[in-house]
Design a protein around this ligand. Structure first.
Ligand code: GDP
Ligand code: FO1
Length: 300
C-alpha cells in the first residue's frame, strides 16, 4: 500500500499514472480539504472531487476540475437571476455538491460522505479527506482576509498576498482512517502539489506528522526554477516566508522527507535530490513518472 498526500492538480496528474501501474486497491490518497467552500447552499470540496472524478474516469483533464463534458445550465441561470456564483459549477458536479451538503447537514462525517460518493462512482481507491474538522485557507490581501478560492478565482490571483492564514474553530485532527492508511503503508508520497495550500494543511492535522516519522517519505517538487509548473504557488510560498523553488519546497517539508525528487530541468540544486522528468504533459508522461517513483519506492 502507498499513501499519497494530494491537492487538486499536481498529485492527481501523478495518480493518473499510478492507477495504471499499481493495484488500485493499494492506493490511498489523503486529500486537502482546506479549500472547501459552501456555494449556493452546497458543499464543494474541489481537491476531493478532482481525485474522486479522476479515479471514476470522469474528470475533465483539460482543467483538472469538474466533470468532462458537463453542462452549466444551472450556473448560467443563477447568473441570469442576478445572483452570481464566482465559481463556474457544472450541473453534474453540482449534484455531487448538493448530495455532499445534504449529508453533512444530516451530521455525516466528511470521510463517510466521501466514501458514499466514491462508492456511487465505482471508485476502488481509498480516497480520504485529510480531516473531518472544517478548516479554511484564507489569504490576507488589500481586500482583507479572503477565502483562497476568492483570491484565485474571483480575483484571478492578481492581488498581492501579505499572509496565509488557516482558519478553524478547533485545530484540525487527522481522521482514524487517515492514520490507519499511513500506518498500513510502506511508503508515503507527497505529490507535486502546492506546498502551502495543499500539502501543509494536511501535515498540520494533529497526528499526521507523528504517523509519518517512521515511514519512508518521498516528495516531488512542483517547482522548476523559480516558478511552479502552474498556479499561484510562488506567491503563496513567498507570503509564507519560503523561497519559491525546490529548495523552498524541501525546507517546507524539512525533517519529514527521506527522498526528494526534482525535475531534470530544474536549475536549482537540492542536496541529495533525485532527478526525474516530472513534467506530466499527458497520460504517458504521468505513467512514466509513476513507474519511476514506484521503482524508487520499491528500492527503499
Ligand atoms: P491545486 O489544488 O489545484 O492547487 O493543485 P495541487 O496543489 O495539487 O497542485 C498544484 C501544483 O501542481 C502547482 O504548484 C504546480 O506547479 C504543480 N504541477 C502541476 N502540474 C505539474 C507537473 O506536471 N509536474 C510537476 N512537477 N508539478 C506540477
Ligand atoms: N477554478 C477556476 O479557475 N475557475 C472556476 O470557475 C472553477 C470552478 C470549479 C468548480 C468546481 C471545482 O471543484 C473546482 C473549480 N475550480 C475552478 C478549481 C478551483 O477550485 C481551484 O483551482 C482549486 O481549488 C485549487 O486547488
Amino acid at each position: 500500500m502507498i499513501t499519497f498526500l494530494s491537492g487538486g492538480t499536481g498529485t492527481p496528474k501523478l495518480l493518473r499514472g499510478m492507477q495504471k501501474v499499481m493495484d488500485r486497491h493499494e492506493i490511498s490518497v489523503v486529500v486537502n480539504t482546506a479549500e472547501d467552500i459552501w456555494i449556493s447552499g452546497n458543499h464543494i470540496s474541489p481537491d476531493v472531487d478532482t481525485v474522486m472524478y479522476l479515479f471514476a474516469g470522469v474528470l475533465n483533464t483539460d482543467t483538472w476540475w469538474g466533470i468532462r463534458n458537463d453542462t452549466f445550465t444551472t450556473h448560467d441561470e443563477i447568473i441570469n437571476m442576478g445572483h452570481g456564483e464566482f465559481i463556474a459549477i457544472g450541473d453534474r458536479d453540482r449534484a455531487v455538491h448538493i448530495a455532499r451538503g445534504n449529508m453533512l447537514r444530516e451530521g455525516t462525517r466528511l470521510t463517510n460522505v466521501t466514501r458514499t460518493l466514491c462508492d456511487r462512482f465505482g471508485v476502488r481507491e481509498n480516497v480520504l479527506p485529510m480531516s473531518d474538522t472544517e478548516v479554511t485557507t484564507k489569504v490576507k490581501t488589500e481586500l482583507g482576509l479572503i477565502h483562497y478560492q476568492e483570491y484565485w478565482i474571483r480575483s484571478k490571483g492578481q492581488i498581492r498576498i501579505e499572509d496565509v492564514v488557516r482558519c478553524s474553530k478547533t485545530h484540525p485532527e487527522s481522521t482514524e482512517e487517515v492514520i490507519q492508511a499511513v500506518e498500513a503503508s510502506e511508503v508515503v508520497v507527497i505529490g507535486p502539489s502546492n506546498p502551502i495550500t495543499s500539502i501543509t494543511p494536511i501535515l498540520e492535522c494533529n497526528g499526521l506528522k507523528d504517523a509519518l516519522t517512521d515511514k519512508f517519505v518521498i516528495a516531488i517538487s512542483p517547482f522548476i526554477g523559480n516558478a511552479p509548473v502552474s498556479g499561484p504557488a510562488a506567491a503563496l510560498m513567498e507570503a509564507s516566508g519560503f523561497e519559491p523553488t525546490s529548495v523552498g519546497t524541501a525546507k517546507c517539508y524539512k525533517d519529514l522527507v527521506d527522498l526528494f525528487i526534482q525535475d531534470t530541468r530544474d536549475p536549482v540544486e537540492v542536496k541529495d535530490a533525485i532527478r526525474l522528468d516530472t513534467l506530466m504533459t499527458g497520460e504517458e508522461k504521468s505513467i512514466e513518472l509513476a513507474k519511476n517513483v514506484l521503482s524508487l519506492a520499491n528500492r527503499k
